[in-house]
Design a binder for this molecule. Sequence first.
Ligand SMILES: *Cc1c(COP(=O)(O)O)cnc(C)c1O
Length: 435
Amino acid sequence: MYKEKYKKIFSLLENHNDFFSNSIPLIASENITSPAVREATISDFANRYAEGWPGERVYAGCEYIDQVELECAKLAKELYNAEFADVRPISGVVSNLIIYSAFTLPGDIMICMPISSGGHISHGKKEYSGTAGLVHGLNIDSFPFDKVNMNIDIDKTIHKIKKLEQDKIPKLSMFGGSLFLFPHPVKELSEIFKEYNIHINYDAAHVAGLIAGKQFQDPLREGADTMTMSTHKTLFGPQGGLILSYDKFAEKIKKATFPGLTSNHHIHHMAAKTIAFIESLEFGSIYAKDIIENAKMLACSLNEFGFDVLGEKNGFTKSHQVVVDISKYSDGGKAEKELEKSNIIVNRQLIPGDIKAGRNYLHPGGIRIGVSEITRLGMKKSEMKQIAEFIKNVIIDKKESVKIQNKVKMFRNDFQKVKYCFDDKTKAYEYIKIK
Ligand SMILES: *Cc1c(COP(=O)(O)O)cnc(C)c1O
């Protein structure tokens, strides 16, 4: 009786892979992993426990796990030129929570990007169920944001800190965000933050691969005390987290990670992160360069078709993202659905000014487009022009979605393998049967 349900689930999984192999995946927080990373994630490491630090485990049976994990941390440190790496956090949110726990107490203040300007919900207030407020009881203050430059306003931030009363000084500052077009002014603000004893964390969830490829900014050299990230957005990893820092902060971070915020740390993902770091050391720099070139090309093409692409003053983007104000044609929610019908996968996005204009998260003014996955599939500048045209066909020309969908499927035929990796036996979205 349950066999039918069982079969149904597997057919849904296969349908999903088929859908993605025929789509243009443009979610900025997603990517595709190499066959090597996929293989590591289905190893027996997936079924084991290895609580604690290599060599000091809570359980036996960790001989090979320890060898991989020691290599994993070594490679992470090499990739980011860091003194200390904790490879155990299981996600970006958990990495941030580890930082909150290690360096603040409930009731302390954190200054970060407002969510409406690109901050992540894990930096958010309790009222929004943001992790920082809801889980760790932090009070949230926000960086003044400059909409024209699409960046933190340096002068206003310095002014703000200087004028704060003693009991309003933040304990923690959080750079980075989810809408992230240009490097944040860590260097410009680190001096004043240090003067006021404000711990500096840089959330590299989105731009971890660009930093690894040395094409964005170098937060640990610019004054960040700690850097948190997801391992799967612009980086080559499976879904997971990572924290990098200096030896002086190592003990606090290690304790907050275990036993504080993790018990088991998903050992198969740790193994797959190790492979991802190796791929990143070998191919990460050229990959990051190609991503940024593609993003610029896509932004320019969309702009030429009449779209209002944000960040024009600074060349639209220096990251993997392109953000478009779509409000003169549609709204972000509707646009997302229309594009999906044509097999073009983007996400709606709150953009600066939306809240004032009465727009909300369900129907915001923007869409966010990421080029990391399509770059990993080998797409280059001419494909960016074509994708911009597909988007124009859907949003501006309002062409029939079935027609565009067929064109998208044809266009996708030539891009079925993962590039920037050592082995490519398996197709990018090949459904692997082992049962
Ligand atoms: C995606 C994201 C996270 C959360 O990462 P997960 O790995 O999904 O938990 C944290 N911070 C920022 C800025 C993000 O964009």
